[in-house]
Design a protein around this ligand. Structure first.
Ligand code: HAM
Length: 413
């Protein structure tokens, strides 16, 4: 029979990889809850219109990457390619804005994009995301960026660069777009094929093309931050001031524009050189127009999404382990009940215990205990059951101590 494999761009996460996933998820939950964020879990699929309206037609995600299909009731549905539009949908649908003036959500969810798979880029991937809804102050932008920075610190991920920029509001961007197109028009034929398309659909994206030729052609292009109005400039300057105050090291990158249409002022990305072309581990920004675009309400908002799969690639393996404290070896089927009584008593007291269900030789038990990296082995045979004792042994030594069942916890803890 032909083996059925996982779909291209998807994978199973197990063994050390799932330990890393748990480690990152636990660290993120703890940090984000410290900052006063509450978890939101939105559905895996939404109406296709949400993403068309939210992310914008003309973006790569909407035009080329969505998993969109009709369900049995002929509705067009899409597996979420990102988490911001669903959070905004929930915020509007549940009238959260009427219940509180400031909302802080975080999510840890799988996302789906039909992209060309490569190292660090999957078709199903995971994001840790945060969104602050209901506040337009530069302090919120700075806090979100510094929280991303602290998350990386907490995970022990080093050699990262925090890039920031401001893309301004709609008016500024429209004016700037004209300036940029005027600048690019005589150089158009020298751009890479992708950028020749971007020149038509989203010329700002030419600025952050990784192609050397495109970068050289745009060295003296007009840059967005020089074209912000006074209010936008002031916002951006204040974000930087607060970042300094929070101790975040950042670089200003005037070429940073991001791939989603909804940003309206501050944008930022955290990047690494260690993951080749998929080096962005976190990206986000302020999106003051999105809520109006989706639900006709003026609400300011800011947030980020960070790729868990990429964080896993950067996380050192020695940060995670799931080795048992104790391996319970038992000999003779008649002793299994006593062995489980010992194992479960320890488990109830918070000790990590590994025990097998089928009989094994003493040697096979010992080998397995080594393989699992257990610290200690408990030896149970017919005498143990009769005497209510057991053998306790450090795996690194050959000496066995005979211990009363009642004393065991005191010895182990
Ligand atoms: P994004 O830049 O599209 O932003 O994605 C955020 C992060 O998700 C990326 O920096 C990357 O780490 C990870 N990522 C994206 N695509 C893939 C993929 N195919 N495979 C693995 N990882 C991937 C957003 O999604 C926005 N919703 C972020 C945001 C929240 N902005 C404001 N609030």
């Amino acid at each position: 029979m032909k083996l059925i494999k996982a779909m291209r761009g998807t994978r199973d996460i197990y063994d050390v990889e799932s330990l890393k996933f748990n480690f990152i998820e636990d660290a993120a939950k703890e940090l984000l809850e410290n900052y006063g964020y509450g978890r939101i879990i939105t559905p895996t699929f939404e109406s296709t219109d949400l993403f068309k309206r939210g992310i914008g037609e003309g973006t790569d995600i909407v035009d080329k990457e969505m998993y969109t299909f009709s369900d049995r009731g002929d509705r067009s549905i899409t597996l979420r390619p990102e988490g911001t539009a669903p959070v905004v949908r929930s915020y509007l649908e549940n009238k959260t804005y009427a219940k509180e003036d400031l909302t802080k959500y975080y999510y840890i969810n799988n996302m789906f994009r039909y992209e060309r798979p490569q190292a660090g880029r999957y078709r199903e991937f995971y994001q840790i995301g945060v969104e602050i809804l209901g506040n337009g102050s530069p302090m919120a932008d700075a806090e979100v960026i510094s929280m991303g920075y602290r998350l990386m610190e907490k995970l022990g991920i080093e050699d990262l660069k925090v890039n920031i920029n401001s893309v301004g509001g709609n008016e500024t961007r429209a004016k700037y777009r004209e300036l940029l197109v005027n600048y690019l028009t005589p150089k158009k034929d020298g751009l890479c094929t992708d950028c020749q398309n971007r020149y038509e659909t989203n010329p700002l994206r030419v600025l952050d093309c990784k192609n050397k030729g495109c970068q050289e052609l745009t060295v003296d292009a007009p840059m967005l931050p020089d074209n912000l109005n006074a209010k936008e400039k002031n916002h951006y300057e204040t974000v930087k001031k607060y970042l300094d105050m929070f101790g975040v090291e950042y670089v200003e990158n005037p070429r940073l524009v991001r791939g989603l249409d909804y940003y309206s002022s501050t944008v930022f990305e955290v990047t690494t050189e260690k993951l080749g072309s998929q080096g962005t581990v976190l990206g986000g920004g302020r999106y003051d127009n999105l809520i109006k675009q989706i639900g006709d309400k003026e609400v300011s908002a800011v947030g980020f999404g960070s790729g868990v799969d990429r964080l896993m690639m950067l996380l050192a393996e020695d940060k995670v382990s799931n080795t048992p404290d104790v391996y319970v070896s038992w000999l003779g089927e008649e002793n299994i009940d006593y062995a489980f009584l010992v194992a479960n008593t320890l488990r109830d007291n918070g000790v990590k215990v590994y025990i097998e269900y089928a009989p094994k030789s003493a040697n096979a038990h010992r080998k397995k205990a080594f393989k699992l990296g257990a610290k200690r082995e408990i030896l149970i045979d017919s005498k143990s059951k009769a005497n209510k004792t057991l053998g306790l042994k450090e795996l690194s030594s050959r000496d066995v101590e005979v211990v009363n069942f009642d004393e065991l916890l005191g010895k182990i803890k």
